[in-house]
Design a protein around this ligand. Sequence first.
Ligand SMILES: *[C@@H]1O[C@H](CO)[C@@H](O)[C@H](O)[C@H]1NC(C)=O
Ligand SMILES: *[C@@H]1O[C@H](CO)[C@@H](O)[C@H](O)[C@H]1NC(C)=O
Length: 407
Amino acid sequence: MRSVVSANITSFIAILALLLHYSTCTFAIPILHPQDFLALQAIRKSLHDLPGSQFFASWDFTSHPCNFPGVICDADRVISLNLGDSTAGSPGLTGQIDPAIGKLSALAEFTVVPGRIIGTLPENLSQLKSLRFLGISRNFLSGRIPAAIGQLKRLQTLDLSFNRFTGSIAWEIGALPALSNVILCNNRLSGSVPPFVSQTLTRLELRHNNLSGSLPLNAFPSSLQYLSLPWNRLAGPVDRILTRLNRLNYLDLSSNQFTGSIPGIIFSFPITNLQLQRNKFSGPILPVRQVTIQTVDLSFNRFSGEISPFFSTVQSLYLNNNRFWGQVPGGLVKRLLSANIQILYLQHNYLTGMEINPTAEIPISSSLCVQYNCMVPPVQTPCPLKAGKQKARPTEQCVEWKGRTGN
Ligand SMILES: *[C@@H]1O[C@H](CO)[C@@H](O)[C@H](O)[C@H]1NC(C)=O
Ligand SMILES: *[C@@H]1O[C@H](CO)[C@@H](O)[C@H](O)[C@H]1NC(C)=O
């Protein structure tokens, strides 16, 4: 009897010890997958802290890599790698991104802080099938953006801005189905803009590159809210493309060679800032209702026709250097005098009149420029230097314009 009880107690203790052992093991971080361990070592070897950066100081491979700064694991795999000290003003890293990055096959997020990383973006990134966020901005990466990135079907954010990438934006990248943010501005990308198909794309920034050609009709999905394309060499019409983008809240197409008309409907989109200046747009501008966009810049184009009174609710309105004619709408003058319009630039057009009391006080917070039109400026206001010194357009130009337009 007694021996049976003691045997039972003994086995009970043994089981308890076993359970305790297991539970402590469960609470310890599992050993990092050897493939990830080797990849981290290779990545570490090809990068260095710039003077003043201490990021890698605590990367000691005799301790657990999942505790390294910038490394986040899930079980035995690295799921997030954020290289470099992310506190503002840290000098960042130098060196190259090792192709071994491709071995971190559970990686969902990969970022590098601004610094002096050189070389190319390894093709091996295409092996990271779980990657959702790729952000390496403000470094010195060069060469092409690998088309193989087009294999990252889950990629949502691609930010490679402020590097030295050349070549074109691969069609495969535009075809990625889950993209929401694409930020490739301030590189040296050339060739044409591929169609972006992701129905969740909200932000596309391609400004300051060398992109050319016209935009494909299906260039952007209607989910797009932020579109920035200035400082490229893009050409051709955009009217049919823009008409569908009714969720835009920011639109900058400035400093390109776009042509054709701008549909009046876009002035009813929820845009806060509309930059269309310095293109070859033409035709009349006909908003369908009162415009509530804060800043509208249509300057340095070939827009013509009369100025719509619906622009009186804009705060900064740049219509200068176009071919607008006719009277300046009274509503604009009224809103200017009540300081609701801060900037009203109408210089270098063919405007023929403006109803304003010559002694009216322009509010100190507001700027008006009307010089070089087909009228004597009704009030003397300081204009930007670029407007030149001539107060009015030569009469012969105005006569000739009148003959051509029948106005
Ligand atoms: C990178 O990819 C190439 C080709 O896909 C492969 O041969 C090579 O082994 C990979 N390198 C690493 C370090 O994974
Ligand atoms: C821009 O791209 C064209 C080819 O489309 C090329 O000839 C030119 O050198 C590029 N310019 C710059 C500044 O990279």
